[in-house]
Write a protein that binds this ligand. Structure first.
Ligand code: ZN
Length: 288
């Protein structure tokens, strides 16, 4: 297992971590200034500043993108809605390509309408079938332009509104169905916040192997957790044994970035952005 205690060569910052403090161009500058080598930006943050401007800033600073957030949200109530989602995913693939991202992260979606507060049906099986078909269609295009897709299984508390793929096993079943040759075009994003509780986690990480492990996201699970979405903890402040999980992904062949991804409305988003990034650097060394 790599030693992270002496430097932060393998730290990536998911830019949602300081989204409340700064626009993306400033985040890029602040990361580069601290010797952070990689980021993973969100589409809305890129759009707010401009894709070309961000692509140029990333190039000039020599930053890498450990991922691009995000594609997915495939299920819909009707054919028109499904097509809108596919078109949007195609644009996400193109943006990821322009930014030279390592992968496009997929949060696959769940019950149509649920995210807005009102699910139009209760058929999760139907949503899962739409997710399968949506990834298949997007994969065909992504493959043609050379952009890997990383399915991110989300904690089951998001099964209604954000992702009906909730375990690494489910995500890998999709990978096996859609990319049986393990070509590298389709894999998973392992986010410790979503999968740390899973009794099958180690076995499924081994199953994933190097070809399927496309991204590794870290933060911590706080006690108590006060909000289902925006109360993630800084590494070391919660109950996830992050080094153990990192040991498993590295034993399986993963050698990429540890991407810090913290949504924290009442704590980290209220602090000075510089303090947040400096803490990410320190905790990357001591708690990842
Ligand atoms: Zn994540």
């Amino acid at each position: 297992m790599r030693d992270f205690s002496t430097d932060h060569r393998w730290l990536s910052v998911n830019t949602a971590t300081v989204r409340a403090q700064w626009p993306l161009d400033r985040i890029v500058d602040e990361c580069a200034r601290r010797g952070i080598r990689a980021i993973s930006p969100w589409r809305d943050q890129v759009a707010a500043v401009g894709l070309d401007k961000i692509a140029k800033a990333v190039r000039e600073h020599g930053l890498e993108l450990s991922g691009y957030c995000r594609g997915g949200m495939f299920p819909a109530a009707d054919a028109a809605g499904l097509q809108v989602a596919l078109d949007d995913n195609r644009r996400a693939v193109d943006e990821a390509k322009t930014l030279n991202a390592a992968c496009l992260v997929l949060v696959v979606g769940a019950l149509p309408g649920a995210l807005a507060g009102r699910a139009v049906h209760k058929d999760l099986t139907r949503s899962r079938a739409q997710v399968h078909d949506g990834i298949a269609a997007t994969l065909e295009y992504a493959r043609s332009v050379g952009m890997p897709l990383a399915i991110e299984p989300l904690h089951p508390m998001y099964a209604a509104d954000r992702a009906c793929v909730n375990t690494l096993e489910q995500a890998l079943d999709l990978c096996d169905a859609l990319d049986p040759d393990r070509s590298g075009a389709l894999g998973v994003a392992v986010d410790v916040y979503h999968v740390w509780w899973d009794p099958k986690l180690q076995a499924q990480i081994e199953r994933a192997g190097r070809e399927r492990l496309l991204a590794f996201h870290v933060c911590d699970w706080l006690l108590p957790t006060r909000d289902l979405l925006n109360d993630r903890g800084m590494m070391g402040d919660g109950v996830i044994d992050i080094p153990r999980i990192r040991g498993w992904v590295e034993a399986a062949g993963f050698a990429g970035y540890s991407e810090v991804e913290i949504f924290s409305a009442e704590d980290w988003w209220t602090r000075d952005g510089g303090e947040v990034l400096d803490t990410c650097v320190a905790r990357h060394r001591s708690a990842v």
